[in-house]
Ligand binder design. Sequence first.
Ligand SMILES: C[S@@+](CC[C@H](N)C(=O)[O-])C[C@H]1O[C@@H](n2cnc3c(N)ncnc32)[C@H](O)[C@@H]1O
Length: 210
Amino acid sequence: MQEDWLKRWQEGRIGFHRDTVHPLLERYWPELQVAQGTKVLVPLCGKTLDMRWLKEHQHPVLGIEMSEQAIEQFVAEGNGDVARYRQAGFGVLRQGSIELWCGDFFHFHVEQAAEIGAFYDRAALIALPEATRQRYAFHLAQLIPPGGKGLLISLTRQDEGGPPFHVEADEVQRLFSPNFTVAHFQDGERGPDGFRESCWALQRRGPGDS
Ligand SMILES: C[S@@+](CC[C@H](N)C(=O)[O-])C[C@H]1O[C@@H](n2cnc3c(N)ncnc32)[C@H](O)[C@@H]1O
C-alpha cells in the first residue's frame, strides 16, 4: 500500500490534489471556533493548499506525509526559507509556521504531539483500507488532547473499490465515537463519478465525558 502511494507521487497520479482550497474547509472550519494559534495536525497531508489556508488563519500546521516528493513539491510551490532537520526518526521540513514530517503517520507518537490542539482530515481516512481505518481513528485519538477539535471530510460512494475508499456515515460514527463527539455538518452533491463528500465536526472527549 505504501509503495503504491510513493509510486503515485513518482508518476504524478495525484488526482486527489486540489488546485484550490477546499470549500468545506473554508465553510466549516470557522464554525469549530478553534482558537487562533492552535497548532493543527494534518495527517496524510500530501501537498494540500488547505495547509496554507490554515496558516493564513493563524494556525501553525504540522503535516505528516510519507512521500518526500509531495513535501518537496509543497515547499517549492510556497514562499520562504526552508529549514530541514531530523526529529524522532522523521525528516522534517519547516517553512514559516508549517512543518512537514516525512514518514508513516502511525510512527508519529504522542511525545511529538505536545503542541497539537486540533486536526484536519481531508482524504486521509478515506485513503486507508477498511482494516487500517480503525487503527487510524485510535491513533488520531492518542494525538489529540481532550477538548481538541477537528474537521473530517470523508467520502461516500455507490461502488466498491479504492483508494479512495468510501466510508459511510455509520462507519464514521463507529470509528470515532468511542473517543470523540461526532457531529455531521453536510453531505456534498453526488458527482458524476458516484462520489459524495461528507463533512464532520469531531471533538476529543475528556476522561469524564460520556
Ligand atoms: C488521498 S491523498 C490525500 C492528500 C491530502 N490530504 C489532500 O487532501 O490532498 C493521501 C495521502 O496520504 C499519504 N499516505 C498514505 N498512507 C500514509 C501513511 N501511513 N503515513 C503518511 N502518509 C501516508 C499518501 O502518500 C497521499 O499523499
